[in-house]
Design a protein around this ligand. Structure first.
Ligand code: SF4
Length: 378
């Protein structure tokens, strides 16, 4: 008997536990195998926390800090030192993750930028990602928060792909007492506008949802259908990340529970069911105790794994050793391959800037994965 076509009511019953998990997982695995075969990917990266200043105050975040309490920018010299060290470890991605528009809140941010001739943090991201592609073998993947279409177009020549998590489509999470209260950059309509603009600017885009921050299962389902609809219109979403909230000490949400593995795995499988065979679906491997269950739930990517920088957003969660990731992946019958930050199917003239396409092609093998001759150990 064939599995039902994706629709919100059935998706909600799956998340509510009203329907059995085994047929869902079987369908998610079938869809993944149909679109991705037996290949599971990861990206060997360095994490570049360009600034830990942010104008927002998400109540689960320990990444952002005020000036004088750890909130600062990386200097150009420090950025390049991280990226050059990554190059010597076989990394192919420089993930620029940073606080959102700190210059709109902090004088220290405005001063740092003005001293270096920049008006905005996004200008600084552009300058540094241009240096990275000019001077190293790594490809930047900018994840700098909200971006206008102009900003996306300005970053495109130095970023073969970019990203912004939707997190959730519900404005309810911005109400008083909720995690995105007083966080203007977490306004779902603004985040959706960035994803739409990325489609117009022809930027291969990574987005996804954050599960366990006070949203309801219905809001999870709605968020996944919103993203699926956006991708159906633009074809620009290269990857969906399904990330599980992890409570952190020193945050207002320190006593909130992380989603259970059983529930979270259902969300992952529902995402595969909604997006179908072709979408790249990722669960971050450092927030996961059991790799196998997420392979069963239909993922085909483990995201960025770093041999030398911590996950600044989840500093308590070390990256798994690559050998550990590889054995867990092989144990389920898959081959683990290193990819570039941009996925193979997006390495085309339509999706990559003309000034960057040859550099990307020369870093890829015949199938579009990272052309590594030897894998440096993580
Ligand atoms: S989660 Fe992102 S937007 Fe929110 S406070 Fe932290 S760095 Fe800023």
């Amino acid at each position: 008997m064939s599995y039902p076509a994706p629709e919100p009511d059935y998706a909600l019953r799956l998340l509510d536990g009203d329907l059995p998990a085994d047929p869902l997982f079987a369908e998610a695995s079938r869809l993944r195998d149909e679109g991705k075969g037996k290949t599971v990917t990861f990206s060997k990266k360095v994490f570049v926390p360009l600034t830990t200043l942010c104008r927002d105050t998400c109540t689960y975040c320990t990444f952002a800090k005020p000036p004088g309490a750890g909130g600062e920018y990386l200097s150009p010299e420090n950025v390049m030192a991280i990226v050059v060290a990554g190059q010597s470890h076989g990394c192919t991605e420089a993930l620029f993750t940073l606080g959102d528009q700190p210059e709109k809140r902090w004088e220290a941010a405005r001063n740092f930028l003005a001293d270096r001739g920049h008006d905005t943090t996004l200008d600084y991201v552009q300058a540094m990602t241009e240096r990275v592609v000019a001077e190293t073998a790594l490809f930047p993947h900018a994840n700098p928060g909200l971006m206008s279409e102009d900003a996306l177009r300005a970053l495109r020549p130095s970023n073969p792909s970019m990203g912004l998590m939707l997190e959730n489509s519900s404005p309810r999470l911005m109400e008083p007492g909720m995690p995105h209260h007083n966080c203007p950059d977490k306004e779902p309509s603004a985040r959706i506008a960035t994803i739409v603009a990325a489609g117009r600017a022809k930027v291969p885009f990574t987005t996804g949802i954050l599960v366990g921050i006070g949203e309801t299962p219905a809001e999870v389902v709605d968020s996944l259908f919103v993203l699926e609809e956006l991708n159906r219109r633009s074809g620009s979403i290269q990857e969906i990340i399904v990330q599980n909230f992890q409570p952190k000490a020193d945050t207002l949400m320190r006593n909130d529970p992380a989603p259970s593995v059983e529930y979270f795995a259902r969300v992952v499988a529902v995402a595969r069911w909604i997006f179908g065979p072709e979408m790249n679906l990722q669960v971050p491997p450092n927030l996961t105790a059991d790799f196998g269950i997420y392979l069963d739930a239909g993922i085909n990517d483990w995201g960025g794994v770093s041999p030398l920088t911590i996950d600044w957003v989840n500093p308590e969660a070390p990256w798994p050793h690559l050998d550990q990731l590889e054995s867990a992946t092989q144990a389920r019958g898959f081959e683990l391959k290193q990819r570039l930050p941009v996925y193979p199917e997006f390495i085309t003239e339509e999706w990559i800037d003309p000034g960057l396409i040859e550099q990307v092609r020369s870093a890829a093998d015949a199938d579009g994965y990272a052309a590594t001759t030897e894998r440096a150990s993580v």
